[in-house]
Design a protein around this ligand. Sequence first.
Ligand code: DLL
Length: 433
Amino acid sequence: MPYWDKERECMPREQLEKHQLRKLKETVFKLYAFVPAYKEKMDKVGIKPDDINSLKDLEKLPFTTKQDLRSNYPFNLFAIPMCDVVRIHSSSGTTGKPTVVGYSKKDIETWSELMARALSSAGASKYSVIQNSYGYGLFTGGLGVHYGVEKLGASVIPSSGGNTKRQIMLMQDFGTTVLTCTPSYALYIYEVMEEMGLKPSDLKLKIGIFGAEPWSERMRKEIENKLEIDAYDIYGLSEIIGPGVAIECPYKKGLHIAEDHFIAEIIDPVTEEVLPDGSQGELVITSLTKEALPIVRYRTRDLTTLDRSKCDCGRTHVRMQKIMGRSDDMVIIRGVNVFPSMVESVLLNIPGVEPHYRLIVERKGTLDQLEVQVEVSEKLFSDEVKKLELLGARITRELESTLGIGVKVRLVEPKSIERSEGKSKRVIDKRNI
Ligand code: DLL
């Protein structure tokens, strides 16, 4: 079994929880002393650092949200002076100002360890040639993975996103064995390979480590079959540290969250009540070892479940299921909650359909309408009209029965939906709500 740090990854739970409590107390003391916004929040609910005496006491602490980071833009949540901050990243998305995150030297060291651990868990080693096609820059994907590869001692090709033909040329010429990028970009790389007349056997690629956006089990199979690789899911978010918060092991029964650095909880996103293991809800993360931007009970908006049962790989860290959506990319159409991942899971089970789709939400009069644009395969597109009509009807039927609302399905030409070199944008909400 490929471990990076067996002692930490397989630490008996009792010992792990003792370590967590000690680090949690340290974190809360630091925040109360050095970050006025945290002190204010804690004072408001009447909590002092001394009140935290068990892991259960975590529930007494207020949540941190993206809005807290925005209100303290850019650096007011930092717990160390700027002269000790060695790196700044930020997260795009949503509207307005970005979310800014900072790192001390030790934070970069911690993050590199976490990433080296993640890469090892997916089977990479110092003998790997790792092509890192996550975007470099303010996004944490590029540099986060990069430092982990160097820590691991493997060779990193910092190709960043884009220029897909060149990416493929590099893969061929440099003998890339591991590809790191978003799952949608991996599929796009395959498409371009096909156009270039290349087969997976022309490359040495064996492993893919994909994350930064939701993807289904069905999409994993699709990528694995097309690229002939073993595909692993990696999870993380800038506010917590970046990629490397959680990673699958070879058993692929959930992603192990690095519990020596983070505490995970699941809450009901509406009532904010903490839910028992096994319930689906919003993932909330507390950092235990960060210096520049320690964070308590961060509401990730990502929906998943937690499983603390023993994993066959020997790791003791809790596993989260693949993310099934965000409580905030959810679109509400005529009162019904719709996740792009639900649409994807329906589409991917229908032969002749490509995993490229887009949800367009419009308001006609007072009625919301959902149009799902779906790419069909080259072969099917050149087939007779009747067949396409039948396919359209089937997709409509299956989507309507899964989503519980009326759906207009539009089949579109192969390769007509814009490909992303980073995160794909699946929902276009034209309503002005
Ligand atoms: O996406 C960090 C990252 C980079 C993770 C590379 C993995 C690989 P942000 O830009 O802050 O950070 O976006 C974080 O992306 O809250 C999730 O909604 C989503 N996300 C990240 N990884 C996954 C995943 C990076 N494996 C947000 N599955 C998170 C589903 C994911 N969603």
